[in-house]
Ligand binder design. Structure first.
Ligand SMILES: Nc1nc2c(ncn2[C@@H]2O[C@H](COP(=O)(O)OP(=O)(O)OP(=O)(O)O)[C@@H](O)[C@H]2O)c(=O)[nH]1
Ligand SMILES: [Mg+2]
Length: 248
């Protein structure tokens, strides 16, 4: 349960209750308009964070996914493979525990943990408060691992350059259709755990097709944090984005 849900949205949040099945009747569908606020304040702090990141030439990426898709595993591997080349630091968000920050620290990168308690997402103010403690250096890469949740984190701008959505092949191809806001808000999508494909019915092409229906500009990387397969392309994307942010 979220402290601040309904988290709101850029468009007024609308809840639709629908009956489906052979006896359903479309006229039974009801729309309830739910009050929104909060986001306005978040967006202005998000812009402040973005200005700071741009001034410092810190490329900030907000990693979002359902719980257990492999956000921390991908970050552990990315830090191990790239930290000689790029300065990397990490902000971890979870409801409780410092497990993920400890996992990242074990790879040699500075990491700080934010615990949201009952909250289901990070917001821009939490990032603002964490920054002086983490103190990421100028010309560096900052990953923010959001709370595992495909819903609320889509709505909160943390000041990141891009949202990176992660979906793992054990979750089913239909997630982009069922949680369209997240896939619309993301610039790229990592499809993780591809080492498991031989054991599953997961249809990779269908998953991408459904994601492109909600976001035609979405770019995909098929990866395995376990085997390392496909991570080279993700690293190339990171290097490209990093040099781009460096020159502005
Ligand atoms: N087979 C396989 N397992 C993976 C892969 N990536 C992650 N896992 C496993 O998936 C589980 C969850 O991974 P995490 O990295 O903790 O996932 P997360 O998204 O950070 O989870 P939360 O922070 O709880 O939302 C762990 O048991 C990982 O070992 C992968 O590429 N292949
Ligand atoms: Mg994690």
């Amino acid at each position: 349960m979220c402290d601040s849900c309904n988290c709101g949205g850029n468009t007024p949040p609308t809840v639709t209750i629908q009956k489906t099945g052979p006896h359903s009747n479309h006229s039974s569908s009801r729309k309830i308009v739910v009050e929104q606020d909060i986001l306005c304040k978040n967006n202005s702090q998000g812009e402040n964070n973005r200005k700071f990141f741009q001034q410092q030439q810190i490329l900030t990426l907000n990693l979002v996914s359902s719980p257990g898709s492999g956000k921390t595993s991908i970050l552990e591997r990315t830090v191990r493979d790239l930290h000689q080349e790029l300065a990397i630091s990490v902000i971890e968000g979870d409801q409780q525990t410092a497990r993920d920050a400890e996992r990242i620290q074990a790879t040699g990168a500075p990491a700080i943990q934010i615990n949201t308690g009952t909250g289901c997402h990070l917001d821009a103010e939490m990032i603002r408060r964490a920054l002086p403690q983490l103190n990421p250096p100028p010309h560096s890469l900052l990953f923010i691992e959001n709370v595992g949740n495909l819903v609320c984190p889509a709505l909160f701008d943390l000041g990141e350059a891009a949202k990176v959505a992660i979906i793992s092949v054990t979750e089913g191809e239909d997630k982009p259709q069922k949680y369209p806001h997240m896939f619309r808000a993301a610039s790229i999508c990592l499809i993780n755990k591809i080492d498991l494909l031989p054991y599953l019915d997961f249809d990779l092409a269908l998953c991408k097709e459904l994601a492109l229906q909600v976001n035609p500009a979405l770019q995909f990387f098929e990866v395995s944090a376990k085997s390392g397969e496909g991570l080279g392309a993700w690293y190339q994307w990171l290097r490209h984005e990093f040099s781009h942010c460096h020159h502005h």
